[in-house]
Each structure stands twice: as C-alpha cells, then as structure tokens.
Write a protein that binds this ligand. Structure first.
Ligand SMILES: Cc1cc2nc3c(=O)[nH]c(=O)nc-3n(C[C@H](O)[C@H](O)[C@H](O)COP(=O)(O)OP(=O)(O)OC[C@H]3O[C@@H](n4cnc5c(N)ncnc54)[C@H](O)[C@@H]3O)c2cc1C
Ligand SMILES: *[C@@H]1O[C@H](CO)[C@@H](O)[C@H](O)[C@H]1NC(C)=O
Ligand SMILES: *[C@@H]1O[C@H](CO)[C@@H](O)[C@H](O)[C@H]1NC(C)=O
Length: 430
C-alpha cells in the first residue's frame, strides 16, 4: 500500500484554516494590507482596536490567525492544543510565552539601566515579575520531555541592559531565571534559550554557558539547558567550537538548538554570510558535525581539542532539504548500528506542516522496524493573551516577508491536500 500523504494526518479544520491564512500571507495584494492592520492593532492604545478589550475583534482574530500561530490564551486552551498535537503523533512541544521586546539597533545604543531605588522597583514589578510568572506558568504547562523556550529580552529593560553590557544578570532577574531553571530541571523539562539580536547575543551566550555549567553536568549525556546557534553568522562555528571545548573540559553535555537566524533585516550585514548558499552550507555542515559528533567543515576544533563532548540537539528549521540530509545521515547510522546523537526536529506552529507531518509519519511507520531512525518531531508553540500574541504574530509576519516562496509552497501543499480529500470523498482518487 502506498504511504498516505503527510498532510492527511491533519484535521480538515486545520487544512482549511492553513489554506486561508497562507493564501492571504502569500498574496502580494492582501499581505501588505493585513500586515498594516496587524501592526496598527498591535500598537494601538485605543480600546476598540485592542483585541484584549474588543470582543468582536478578538473573536475574528482568534479563529483565524491566532489559532493558526498561537497555542492559546490560558492554560486550558494551551493544554488542548498540546494534546491535539501529541494525538497527531508529535513527540512533544516547545512552549514559549509570547511577551517579548524587539529592539531596533538605534534603541539598543540608547539603552539605560533601570537605575536605582524607585525606578528599579518599578522595573522589577512591571517587567521582570510578569515575565517570571508567565515563564514559570509555561514550565508548569509543559510535560516531562517537552521543552520551554526562554527569550531573555521578554524580561524587559534590565535584561536588555545587562546583556548589552555583557554583565551578569542583576539580582532580581537572576532570581527569576534561577527559579525557572530549577523548576524545569525538577520537572524534567528542557530549556531552550533563544538567540536574539547581535547587540546582545554575546551576553546571552555567556549567561547560557553559565546555566549549562549549573545544570548540564548532572546527568551524563543529558542537557537541561540549550543555547541557540545562528548558522547565518560567520562567527558561529568558532563560537560553537569554543562551547564544545568548555563542555569537553568541564564534563558537560552541550545543548545546541541550531537555526539559520531570524534577524537578517536588523543584524549588521557584514557579520552575516554573504549569500544564502553560504548560510545553507554552514547550517548543513554544523548539523552533520553534531549528528556525527565529529569535527568537520565548517566546525573546526579548537587547538588541542580532539574528543567531541556529548551533545543534545534541536534541529530547528523549515528547510526540507536540510531536514532530509540529517534524516538520511541518521538512517545510515541506525543501519550500521552506530551510536546516535540525541536529536529532535522542530518547526513553528502554523508553518511548514508538510515537513512536520512527514516527520511524524516517518516516526509512526518506522517504529515497527528495528535499525531505522525514528525521527522525533516537535512543534514550537507560543501562548499568551491575544494582544501579546498579536505582537508575536507581527514579528513572524515581518520575517515571512522574506519567506514568501516558503509560504506559497505551504499554501500549495494545503490546496493539494484539500483537492485530494475532495476526490477521495467522491471516489475519484487514482
Ligand atoms: C523551532 C524554531 C526555533 C527558532 N528559534 C530561533 C531563535 O531562537 N533565534 C533566531 O534567530 N531564529 C530562530 N528561528 C528562526 C530561524 O532562525 C529562521 O529564521 C527560520 O527558521 C527560517 O530559516 P529556515 O532554516 O527554516 O529556512 P530557509 O528558508 O532555508 O532559510 C531562510 C534563512 O536563511 C538565511 N538567509 C536568507 N537569505 C540570506 C542571505 N542573502 N544571506 C545569508 N543568509 C540568508 C536567514 O537566516 C533566513 O532566515 C527559529 C525557527 C524555528 C523553526
Ligand atoms: C571529568 O571527568 C573525568 C573522568 O570521569 C574526571 O577525571 C575529571 O576530573 C572530570 N573533570 C571535571 C572538571 O569535573
Ligand atoms: C534549503 O537548503 C538547501 C541547501 O541545503 C538550498 O539549496 C535550498 O535553496 C533551501 N531552500 C530554500 C527554500 O531556501
């Protein structure tokens, strides 16, 4: 019997919704309009235009874009979304809290500390505490084996300031992050620290290493904390090599989430690979090195390093070719009975369902056989009030401006799936 098409595992309602949303997002006419409306809504202080206070607006958004890209507004909705995905065959989820701050390069330069006394108090009360509360709630919503994504800038101006100075986190913030990590570690939840803009990434890297030191040496071969490595940066192979050296010397398991990088439009251009092909090569090369636990271009060992430390990997991305390459490599490893890196695949909710569903399906079909690689597919979900999610959506939409081709592929895949179902319904399928 031929394999059923990957998208056949989705409920009809999500096929229809995805088709509508991707059709709008890939339309050169409708997309700029909806983007402008979204931007207006996201930054509006007018209660009529604010989805958190206008019920009609909220209803419309909730059943279209919000459902497509956000996991829910409260724990109950989020749990439903997670259960739905796990029932489809996803191994688990990566859960993130929508609150975030996106900084322009100019704003990054003017950044001030929260200051002292009353000002600092306000900062802790209005920014750090809500972020910590939301993040702890997120860790509680996840189940053992799931991941929680943490975006430090979500904690507001003090976090931005500390990171920009490459300083340790200020006491209130440190307390917040420590409590999130402790809860996650105790509950068997793994933490992914997101990579952000260049202006603060060195700071994030250094905090990440410190937390890896604290949590990733406890159980051999198991990482609790993962850093994110952006393959589009020319410096990434050497940064990753230096972290691998630290892990080897200090007996840690390095947690690596590999992405291409989301800040092409705002990060200094000269730090990023000159061409897309260079980024692709870097991503594929690093992924293969991690999967094989062997240094190889572009990942060169630091001087004196020979042994590759244990690594746990999240391969995050929507590029089919890159996913396939690693799947093939791991299948060969499985056939040869070689030891494999702990590696999972991740795509964002509402995007690249063709790839996610194909991985889910491969996981189901192959689990009956031995000596094959069983891919573990995860979806990255974000939750928060509709206002918070709207700002998150806006960022995704802006990113997608550059990925119109990808969106069109998604739209066409959904359209084909719909046609296939209609034909099958009327006995017309070949
Ligand atoms: C689960 C998940 C988690 C993520 N977490 C993060 C995160 O923490 N931090 C973060 O920054 N991003 C993150 N991203 C986004 C990611 O970095 C990419 O922007 C996104 O996945 C698109 O890249 P791709 O590999 O899927 O696909 P592709 O479409 O193959 O690649 C697009 C990417 O290629 C690169 N690129 C495009 N044009 C050029 C060019 N001319 N020169 C050089 N490079 C170019 C850019 O990085 C662009 O985003 C995440 C993505 C996923 C799926
Ligand atoms: C790492 O492990 C090795 C072997 O188990 C041990 O000899 C060494 O002292 C450890 N190093 C550190 C820094 O813990
Ligand atoms: C995906 O990556 C491959 C290289 O691995 C590249 O040739 C291809 O163009 C990429 N696809 C997209 C849509 O960017």
């Amino acid at each position: 019997m031929p394999k059923p098409p990957p998208l056949s595992i989705l409920p009809l309602s999500s096929v229809l919704r995805s088709l509508m949303v991707t059709s709008i997002s890939s339309s050169p006419f409708l997309f700029p309009i909806s983007l402008a409306i979204t931007a207006k809504l996201a930054h509006s202080t007018n209660p009529v235009l604010n989805p958190d206070s206008n019920p009609i607006l909220r209803f419309v958004l909730k059943h279209t874009f919000y459902r497509q890209f956000c996991a829910g507004e409260n724990p109950k909705e989020v749990r439903q979304t997670i259960d739905g995905l796990k029932n489809l065959g996803f191994k688990g989820v990566i859960l993130g809290y929508a609150r975030e701050v996106v900084m322009e390069e100019s704003a990054a330069d003017e950044l001030k500390s929260c200051g002292k006394d009353e000002l600092a108090e306000a900062c802790i009360r209005k920014e750090i505490i809500p972020w910590a509360k939301g993040s702890l709630e997120t860790v509680k919503l996840a189940s053992p084996g799931d991941f929680v994504a943490l975006k430090f800038t979500g904690a507001g101006s003090q976090a931005l300031y500390d990171l920009k100075q490459q300083a340790p986190s200020s006491p209130a913030l440190k307390e917040a992050i420590d409590s999130i990590c402790d809860l996650a570690s105790a509950r068997g939840i793994r933490l992914l620290f997101d990579a952000e803009q260049q202006a603060i990434q060195a700071g994030i890297d250094s905090w990440t290493l410190d937390y890896m030191r604290k949590y990733n040496g406890k159980t051999p071969g198991k990482a609790v904390v993962y850093g994110t490595y952006q393959a589009y940066l020319k410096a990434t192979p050497s940064i990753l090599a230096s972290h691998l050296a630290v892990a080897r010397k200090e007996n840690l398991t390095l947690g690596v989430k590999l992405v291409r990088g989301a800040y092409l439009g705002s990060d200094p251009r000269h730090l990023i690979h000159d061409t897309k092909a260079d980024t692709d090569n870097a991503y594929n090369g690093i992924a293969a090195a991690l999967a094989k636990r062997a240094y190889g271009p572009p990942l060169q060992a630091e001087k004196g390093e020979t042994t590759f430390p244990p690594v746990n990997v999240v391969l995050a991305g929507h590029n089919h070719t890159s996913v396939r390459k690693i799947q093939d490599l791991r299948t060969t490893q499985a056939q040869r009975g070689e030891e494999q890196t702990d590696l999972v695949y991740a795509q964002l909710q509402g995007m690249a369902d063709e790839i996610s569903c194909e991985l889910v399906q491969a996981g189901k079909i192959d689990s009956a056989k031995s000596n094959v690689d069983i891919p573990k597919a995860y979806k990255y979900l974000v939750w928060g009030t509709s206002g918070e999610c709207l700002k998150y959506l806006l960022r995704r939409a802006n990113e997608n401006k550059e990925a119109a081709q990808r969106t069109m592929e998604g739209r066409d895949a959904m359209a084909r799936e719909l046609v296939r179902r209609v034909k099958a319904r009327f006995g017309l399928s070949s």
